[in-house]
Design a protein around this ligand. Sequence first.
Ligand code: FO1
Length: 311
Amino acid sequence: REKPSRRVVLMAGGVGGARMAVGLRDALPPEALTIVVNVGDDDCFHGLRVCPDIDTVLYTLSGQVDPKNAWGIAGDSRRALDVLKRLGAPSTWMTLGDADLGLHLYRTTRLARGATLTEVTKEIAKGFGVTACVLPVTESAVSTRIRTDDGELRFQEWFVKHRCAPRVRGLRFDGADDAAPSAEVLQTLHRADLIVFAPSNPWLSILPMLRLGGIENALRASTARKVAVSPLIGGRAVKGPLAELMQQLMVPPGNSGIGRFYEGLIDGIVIDADDEADVAGLESTGLRVLCAPTRIATAEAARELAARLIA
Ligand code: FO1
């Protein structure tokens, strides 16, 4: 009998998570990969449940994602949004394309009929021909709130409407205290041989998952090897507000700040080939360090990194 294939779990946020998912999918047998996705960015727009990180993972894995934005559907039209703008509807700063709205209509209707977010996500993945198992981290609504000098903002208000301009004083994950990882996520973590933290924003995309009751224990109890891929290269994020956020949260900059975030949770960290100078410092904290190209905008680069990480 063939050696049981590796059971790999990817803890993912949006863009970095989706790209790492592509690489791992291409480097593993189909049934070996499970992607656990953050739901903290989720929000309700025009009465519809929008799940940006789940949708970015599904659109990217199914080859539909808009390559420029890394969210939404390539070439999507915006005629419904234009009508909403004309009618003075709220929140039209969130660009929801027509095809994208089709997905939100489907998910919202299915949830209203009592389906769980896990069930609906599986239906959508199947419909899009995605073979990897994509799981929301929880069935509950947990939403990231950004505390600023002018009060608390919903994540998308801060990220999209205000373009990350308001200085971040703190984060709150509304609903996390009453939420638990889904049973399937806990089982997946228990059975994993390898758990990868994607090169997503640790504070905005991974922390909302770690804050769910029971997940840290499940991670610590898991016999899997645990590896984080740094989302920084030369101290800068490939995409998004991570470097500025780390300054505002007053955590150490660069890869040492990433290593500190995951302290006690991971055995190893992957940093970019340009950041060779960070190896010694990270190793001195007990981490194993893999220095490899972490720019994974192409499927080939992502597969190459995934293969090296798995090896
Ligand atoms: N990000 C933006 O910067 N501007 C947008 O108008 C926008 C719309 C949008 C619609 C659907 C969706 O799934 C994601 C969307 N995003 C947009 C990205 C979203 O803000 C994500 O939460 C970020 O990618 C962070 O993960």
